[in-house]
Design a protein around this ligand. Structure first.
Ligand code: TMP
Ligand code: ZN
Length: 408
């Protein structure tokens, strides 16, 4: 009898192909009094031998990750603010033109998208389980329900607010273990020609860039067009279109309709074909990815040790959830990276999970500048480097580790 864990979607055995060892909760930035009481969970990824869904082997309970003080703010980068304003405009122009239109967002965060919908006076509802985020939405005048999205929430919303034209979600669907309940909920909550539109990090880009730090506890699934097509088909839904998105190192926006309601596009067949050609669900490809992850660790730690041996000072830039995987997997602590600066109020004055590096405000970066800055927010590289041009002008060097370890 196989002891391999089952796929969350179809129950078939998962093949594990990469492991990062025990990891703390990625976004649990600590007070020093918390140092002795952190909880760790093994971080490893597998692929389903039947439905090809890439997913974490073990999982952390929702309430441990997504609670009142969950710190991540979508509006923390200008790139994300612009992306979600454009997204709202696209929805308003193409999907919500009717005066009875109704849009729901799963994981509304700080209202980066729904804020524009609210300003346009279009009926909407944000569904956001993290209390502080729901409060921010409310303070912006956004209608919000503080709840996790599942089938029972969906049925409640349908009863109280009616059916939706669009259910939108960014960087949230891939966080939810019980996708069966999410897709059943979407099916119950959409109008007959309504659309479920969600965007998440794209597994093909993660493999291409070896951006292994996108693997952390919140990212339970790593979608491809092929795995999403097969997953939604189990619930009377059809993947009809895809859009490539550059945010967060490469994402795909999936557009899903009821079976037969919309025609699949050429963009979808093109992406499915490209996925077949890239062989991103073959075990040999995945094992090569795992080997590159290990090489990346050796290169990064080697560089940081060399720099430390020269007596140079390194600070981190962006206390991202991604940095938790890098720091804990590579065993990098305050002896190699003295502090990390970040513009998120809920992270400042705290310490990184597991590795206990202090997190400071962006002002601390220049006080005085370090010799090197390790860019954990590499997905916002252009924005950060433009904002911090004075660092480079003063002779400071950036250390990047995606798609290779480089000094710039
Ligand atoms: P993300 O990569 O998950 O979007 O997280 C980016 C983190 O980096 C987030 O905590 C905000 C922070 N950040 C800064 O501190 N300064 C910046 O200029 C940018 C773009 C992000
Ligand atoms: Zn499966």
């Amino acid at each position: 009898m196989s002891t391999k864990p089952p796929c969350r979607l179809c129950g078939h055995a998962l093949e594990e192909f990469v492991s990062f060892g025990p990891q703390p909760t990625a976004n649990a930035f600590l007070e020093s009094s918390d140092f002795g009481s952190e909880s760790f969970c093994r971080l490893a990824v597998g692929i389903c031998g039947a439905c090809a869904m890439v997913q974490l082997i073990d999982e952390v309970p929702n309430e441990q990750m997504f609670h009142k003080e969950y710190p991540f703010r979508t509006s923390g980068s200008a790139g994300a603010r612009a992306h979600f304003e454009q997204t709202a405009q696209w929805l308003l122009d193409t999907k919500l033109a009717d005066d009875q239109s109704f849009v729901i967002e799963i994981g509304a965060n700080d209202g980066a998208m729904l804020g524009s919908v609210q300003k346009a006076g279009v009926r909407h509802l944000g569904i956001e389980p993290c209390g502080d985020l729901a409060d921010i939405c409310e303070s912006k005048g956004i209608q919000v329900l503080s709840a996790y999205f599942d089938e029972s929430t969906a049925r409640r919303v349908a009863e109280e607010h009616g059916l939706a034209d669009v259910i939108f979600s960014a960087n949230t669907i891939s966080h939810i273990s019980y996708l069966d309940s999410v897709f059943r909920g979407a099916e119950a909550l959409l109008k007959p020609d309504g659309l479920l539109i969600f965007e998440d990090p794209y597994w093909v880009d993660i493999v291409a860039k070896t951006s292994f730090d996108l693997i952390y506890d919140e990212h339970l699934y790593f979608f491809t067009a092929g795995s999403v097509r097969d997953a939604v088909a189990r619930y009377g839904l059809t993947l009809v279109d895809v859009q490539r998105i550059s945010l967060h190192g490469g994402e795909v926006r999936y557009i899903v309709a009821r079976e037969g309601a919309h025609q699949p596009t050429a963009a979808l067949s093109g992406l499915l074909e490209a996925e077949r050609a890239a062989r991103v669900t073959e075990l040999a490809t995945l094992e090569r990815f795992a080997a590159r992850v290990s090489e990346r660790k050796t290169a990064l730690v080697g560089l940081l040790q060399d720099v430390a041996a020269q007596g140079k000072r390194v600070a981190g830039y962006g206390a991202t959830a991604k940095s938790t995987t890098v720091l804990n997997y590579c065993g990098i602590g305050p002896e190699l990276v003295s502090f990390i600066c970040d513009n998120t109020p809920g992270k400042q004055g705290r310490f990184t999970p597991g590795t206990h590096i202090p997190v400071r405000s962006p002002e601390a970066f220049a006080d005085p500048y370090p010799d090197y800055a390790l860019l954990f927010a590499w997905n916002h590289q252009q924005e950060v480097m433009a904002n911090e041009q004075a660092f480079a002008d003063a002779g400071g060097k950036w250390i990047l580790y995606v798609p290779e370890v480089t000094v710039a």
